[in-house]
Design a protein. Structure first.
Length: 83
């Protein structure tokens, strides 16, 4: 299960450049301002079965969010009401 999740996340980030919407200005402001991230990878996805609710996966790539062995924090952001 853990390996499957890692492969899924890898595929989402690798293929994100082929289609997928760029993050909105509000999303970028939140990522940089509230989370304090400047080095990250992101992917716009729909994790629910209907595809109506969109999430933005943010994989932190900075020292303060990564462990000694390289495991980094993954944030799953969902906008609600345009925020």
């Amino acid at each position: 299960m853990r390996r499957s999740l890692a492969l899924l996340l890898y595929a989402l980030f690798m293929f994100h450049g082929q289609g997928g919407a760029a993050p909105s200005t509000a999303m970028m402001d939140f990522i940089r301002g509230k989370l304090g991230l400047h080095c990250f990878q992101g992917a716009d996805v729909a994790l629910d079965a209907t595809g109506k609710t969109r999430q933005y996966l943010v994989y932190a790539r900075s020292d303060e969010w990564c462990g000694v062995t390289g495991g980094c924090m993954l944030f799953i952001l969902t906008s609600q009401g345009g925020k």
